[in-house]
Design a protein around this ligand. Sequence first.
Ligand code: SF4
Length: 378
Amino acid sequence: MSFYDIYQEAKNIDFEQHWQSVTDNDILRILTKERLDAADYLTLLSPRAADFLEPMAQRAHRLTVQHFGHTMLLYTPMYLANHCANHCLYCSFSALNKLKRKKLSLAQVEEEAKAIAATGLKHILILTGESPAHSPVSYIADCVGVLKKYFDSISIEVYPLSTEEYAQLVAVGVDGLTIYQEVYDEEMYKHLHPRGPKRDYRYRLDAPERGCKAKMRTVNVGALLGLEDWRKEAFFTGLHADYLQNKYLDTEIGISVPRIRPNVGGFSPKVDVTDRHLVQIILAYRLFMPRAGIAVSTRERAELRNHLIKLGVTKMSAGVTTEVGGHSEKDSAEGTGQFEISDNRGVDEIKQMLLSQGYQPVFKDWQCIDGEMPGESV
Ligand code: SF4
């Protein structure tokens, strides 16, 4: 059994019927429950639940403080390459787009690492486009070898790998995996991925589970919000995270809530996901999975990110560029980015903002001691 079996059942739910039948009392009853089930989570994603954002926010805040304290983990992405074999309609890196293609040498990776490390960050997320030919696992492993000198936690956001390939990267020092399904609706997935290896819906859907089997310490899933009905996509994402959390007890499961951003190619999202919608998703998810991380990136603007801190978010990016080499050679890297960002604040500004809200910016909550890999018993 994999999450695909759960998705197959869940997609047949009569969502509209469920949401139309939701009453105020249903929501008030759920807000007093100790543990929520999937039906409760679906109810909290209903249009009617949008009238209860304030009590949901209060409960979400309490649960987050209970499990995470007043802390916010900070990290930044580093783009190693933007070569891509896929034709995703919504992404600047699509093989069809005329974009300056670039891949960092190991010396350039080191320059990037120095520039990021100078800001104090200790957690890093490395990304490539999805081109095993340009960015093979061996190249990613070599980059990790360089980055280990500067960072205590290294996560990857790359093309889906086999369990063995994930295990190879864990063995050289990767401890986290982020992989978005982009869109859980299988028909829409086919439409948005017309060509390239990414067309294989099932291989991507099962990738987070392969990461868990390979003993990744953290695994983050997510849907790219705007590609389909956000209520259903948020529901499937929550089910996916819940499935992994229940099955892989030694892996920390989290979700990300990326909204689609302007990109080369000018793709227009099908669905408008407003700020209130985003808040509802975060609150419903926090109430459903109190112990799970929630990450918000610089796709969101500064004012909104400031506001989201007390609503359940536990992880934020800071000092971000989506350009390849953008941390160390800003001018020459222009034009290689994946999408536009909305919050341009540097690490110090984010740090001060968190402190002003009574939150502790956390630069490091993990260190892999040489010889001990994540998941090994001591
Ligand atoms: S979303 Fe990923 S796979 Fe699709 S074009 Fe962008 S980088 Fe390539």
